[in-house]
Design a binder for this molecule. Structure first.
Ligand code: BGC
Length: 365
């Protein structure tokens, strides 16, 4: 095969404009197996990802919209980069170096995924689009000092790289000019049978965490405890269908979240990247393995998809039609010293490298 035909491709095009006239780009990365990722500069978001099943048939395994307008009209974090602080900060308040800060509140009294205007709603600058063996795109966003109440100018780079062995790597890097807090993650809604194909309850999930950080009530703020998963519906240490225990009413936590919406404790501090989850669709044979070095993993079973929006290809997304896996710090870490630290100082580099590897299980049907 000629070299050119084997190399990965990377192309960029306009995806439309925001209400205030900013141009949004969409970058398409394709590897030599035809695996294709589309990343848009609105929210530095994964707009689609086409991966093969055991018969080589490609399907788009991420929920979203065909047009920019869908994303502008509905803030659902589909595929988005979430920050400056992914998940919740209780009462939008925290103290850093003795000074108190108040954040923008966007979920009752709390701040979720960066506040009223999180990074998922910003137009990122496309810095670099590279074809070749590992097609990639790098985007940047500069969040000003005081943005949503957070101190310090934060410069964030999001790089998406597609390898020829069907791995999609997202690297988030951030630097600041004043001490601040940061916790970035990606909020893709996955359905390994293909977006719009129905429920993910039969898809199997493994999470190697032996504890969770329970929440106090439906507002989903952690109590500060770490509770073992053994003997509870939260035990995913051995792979099991997502839906197997989701109706187990012995767990009040499942009622708070209308299903799984919980942080798993993977480690007590940042460690070398390791497997943080493995998901498999028995029907199609698609397997996704997720790596990160972050101590926590938020697993959310798409509980608030409620059939009120029309996504790609006229598909209506209903409760449980996708799962979200967000490697990150524990929710509300700045208010729980036992959870570690989210502090970033000038001269330091914040990193969250998340790898999604796609493969096939040939042993199934
Ligand atoms: C949170 C959910 C929230 C969802 C919004 C998840 O990361 O854990 O509580 O409803 O994001 O899409």
């Amino acid at each position: 095969m000629p070299l050119a035909a084997m190399a990965g491709q990377a192309t960029s095009a306009s995806f439309g404009h925001t209400a205030d006239g900013q141009d949004v780009q969409i970058v398409t990365l394709t590897n030599s197996h035809g695996v294709r990722a589309r990343v848009m500069s609105y929210g530095a978001s994964l707009q689609s990802l086409w991966v093969p099943d055991r018969n080589g048939k490609l399907a788009d395994v991420v929920l979203g919209y065909d047009t920019l307008q869908g994303y502008l009209d509905h803030r659902q974090y589909f595929g988005a980069t979430v920050g400056r602080y992914a998940n919740r900060i209780a009462h939008g308040k925290f103290t850093l170096d003795g000074k108190s800060y108040r954040l923008s509140l966007n979920e009752g009294p709390n701040s979720l995924h960066g506040g009223a205007k999180g990074f998922d709603m910003r137009v990122w600058k496309v810095l670099d689009v590279k074809a070749g063996a590992q097609p990639s795109v790098t985007m940047e966003y500069v969040s000003t000092d005081g943005d949503q109440g957070y101190p310090g100018t934060l410069t964030i780079k999001a790089n998406y790289t597609l390898s020829d062995d069907n791995q999609l790597k997202i690297s988030y890097l951030a630097t600041t000019d004043k001490p601040t807090i940061v916790n970035l993650s990606n909020h893709t809604y996955w359905n390994l049978a293909g977006e719009g194909s129905g429920t993910v309850m039969d898809q199997a999930l493994m999470i190697p965490g032996d504890a969770i950080t329970p929440v106090s009530d439906a507002a989903a703020i952690p109590t500060g405890q770490m509770v073992p998963v053994a003997g509870t519906p939260y035990d995913f240490r051995m792979a099991k269908p997502i839906g197997r225990d989701i109706r187990d009413g012995s767990s009040q936590q499942l009622l708070f979240g209308h299903g799984y919406d919980m942080n798993w404790v993977l480690s007590r501090k940042e460690i070398e990247p390791h497997v943080v989850a493995r998901a498999e669709d028995p029907q199609s044979g698609r397997v996704m393995t997720v790596w990160s070095g972050k101590p926590g993993l938020q697993f959310y079973s798409g509980n608030f998809l409620d059939g009120t929006t029309v996504g790609k290809d006229h598909h209506v997304y209903r409760q449980g039609d996708a799962f979200v896996l967000e490697p990150q710090l524990f929710p509300d870490t700045p208010n729980h010293p036992d959870f570690g630290s989210a502090r970033l100082a000038p001269g330091q580099i914040y990193r969250n490298v998340i790898v999604y590897r796609f493969g096939i299980d040939h042993t199934g049907k």
